[in-house]
Design a protein around this ligand. Structure first.
Ligand SMILES: [Zn+2]
Length: 223
C-alpha cells in the first residue's frame, strides 16, 4: 500500500507522522508532498535561505519516519487555488498511485491549507478518469481521502489510529523542524523552553485522541 501525505508546508505532516511511521514499519510505502518549502514563515531569515533550511529539516524529519519527500515548489503563503494545484496533484496521483491520501480538511484555518485540502480531494476523482488525458495514465481506483484532525478543524474525527508505539519517532521527527518552533513576537533570547512547551502541547493533543479511543496516543482523521 502507498500512503501519500499532501501538505502545504514542511512540518504540516507532523499531525499524521505517527501514522506514517506506523505504516512504513509494517512494510508500506509513504510519500510526503508539500506544496511549498515554507519560505515565508520566519521574522528574520530571508526566503531563499529559509527554503534551504526547511528543505533539509524536512529531509531529516522524513528520514526518521521512513518516508520519501517531494515539493511542488509553489511560493509559501501564495499556493494557487483551483485548477492549477488540482492538475499538479492529478499528475502526482497518477505517477505515484497512492492507495490512501491524507490531507487537510478543505475548511481549516489558513488559505494555503484550505487550497491544498480542496485540490487534493478534487484531484482524487479526476486522476481516475481515463478520458482526462495527461502525461500519466489514469490511476484507478481513485485513492481514498482522509482529512487529518488539527486544532483548526471543526469537523469531529471519525477514524482514530493508535500511534502509542510511534510517539518517540513522532516527536523525534517533529524536533527536526527547528526553524519552525519559535514563539512569534519574542526575540531569540526570550524563547526559553518553547520547544519543550510545544512538545507538551503536542503530546497532550494525541493523548486526548488516544483517550477517546481507549489507547495511549492516537492520531485522528475524518473521512
Ligand atoms: Zn502549514
Amino acid at each position: 500500500m502507498h500512503i501519500l501525505f499532501v501538505g502545504a508546508h514542511p512540518d504540516d505532516e507532523t499531525f499524521a507522522s505517527g501514522t506514517i511511521a506506523k505504516y512504513v514499519e509494517h512494510g508500506h510505502k509513504a510519500t510526503i508532498i508539500h506544496a511549498t518549502r515554507g519560505g515565508k514563515g520566519h521574522w528574520e531569515i530571508p526566503t531563499p535561505e529559509l527554503e534551504v533550511i526547511r528543505t533539509e529539516e524536512m529531509r531529516q524529519a522524513a528520514e526518521i519516519l521512513g518516508a520519501d519527500v517531494r515539493f511542488l515548489d509553489y511560493d509559501d503563503a501564495s499556493v494557487p487555488g483551483g485548477d492549477e494545484l488540482r492538475e499538479a496533484l492529478v499528475e502526482v496521483y497518477r505517477e505515484l498511485k497512492p492507495d490512501i491520501v491524507i490531507t487537510f480538511h478543505p475548511l481549516v484555518w489558513r488559505d494555503d491549507h484550505r487550497r491544498v485540502g480542496m485540490a487534493a480531494s478534487d484531484a482524487s476523482l479526476k486522476a481516475s478518469l481515463p478520458l482526462h488525458e495527461t502525461a500519466f495514465p489514469a490511476h484507478r481506483p481513485e485513492p481514498e481521502i482522509f482529512f487529518f484532525g488539527t486544532p483548526m478543524t471543526k469537523q469531529e474525527p471519525d477514524v482514530y489510529i493508535d500511534v502509542s508505539d510511534y510517539m518517540k519517532k513522532k516527536i523525534e521527527s517533529f524536533k527536526k523542524h527547528t526553524s519552525q518552533w519559535q514563539d512569534w513576537g519574542k526575540p531569540p533570547e526570550e524563547q526559553g523552553d518553547y520547544m519543550e512547551k510545544l512538545i507538551d502541547w503536542y503530546a497532550h493533543r494525541f493523548r486526548e485522541y488516544g483517550r477517546r479511543c481507549g489507547v495511549g496516543y492516537a492520531e485522528a482523521r475524518a473521512q
